[in-house]
Each structure stands twice: as C-alpha cells, then as structure tokens.
Design a binder for this molecule. Structure first.
Ligand SMILES: [Zn+2]
Length: 85
C-alpha cells in the first residue's frame, strides 16, 4: 500500500490537470450573448473539511474552480464557480 498510494495520487493529479486543459468551454456573455469573452483569472480553491467518524478522522478535500470572465463587447464581468469532485 505504501508504494501504490503515491502512484494513484500522481495519476489522479495528471488526469485532473488534463481535464482542466481540455475543458475550456465556449463562454457567452449573459448580458449581450457576445462570444467576445476574455478569461481574466482562474483559481483553484481547496476546501478542507474535517469530520470525525467514530474512531477515525475522515478528511474531505473539495476543489472548487473559480473563473472570472469579462465581456469585451459590453464590459460585463462575472465569475463562474464549478465544483470539482
Ligand atoms: Zn456582453
């Protein structure tokens, strides 16, 4: 188990990074439906939740992707939050 766990973690991280690079969706401005949208910033937030279950402590880690967009047509800016599970 001591050897397998880091390998599994590395595979999961690699798959997650590949998923992020693939998923660049075509975004439309919610105000004017323009596709002239620029991505301002993208940040990954890690939320850790400690929950005690009986004798064992279970550690839940949630990843939340926050992406900020700005419309180049009307100047509207908004943030999209997508939870990664
Ligand atoms: Zn717009």
């Amino acid at each position: 188990m001591e050897i397998i766990l880091p390998v599994v973690a590395a595979i999961l991280i690699a798959a997650f990074v590949a998923y992020l690079q693939r998923s660049q969706p075509r975004v439309r401005c919610p105000q004017c439906q323009s596709q002239q949208v620029r991505q301002l910033e993208q940040q990954l937030e890690k939320i850790q939740q400690d929950s005690t279950m009986g004798y064992a402590v279970k550690l839940d880690v949630k990843l939340i992707m926050k992406t900020t967009y700005r419309c180049q047509t009307c100047g509207h800016a908004w943030t999209v939050t997508a939870p990664e599970t």
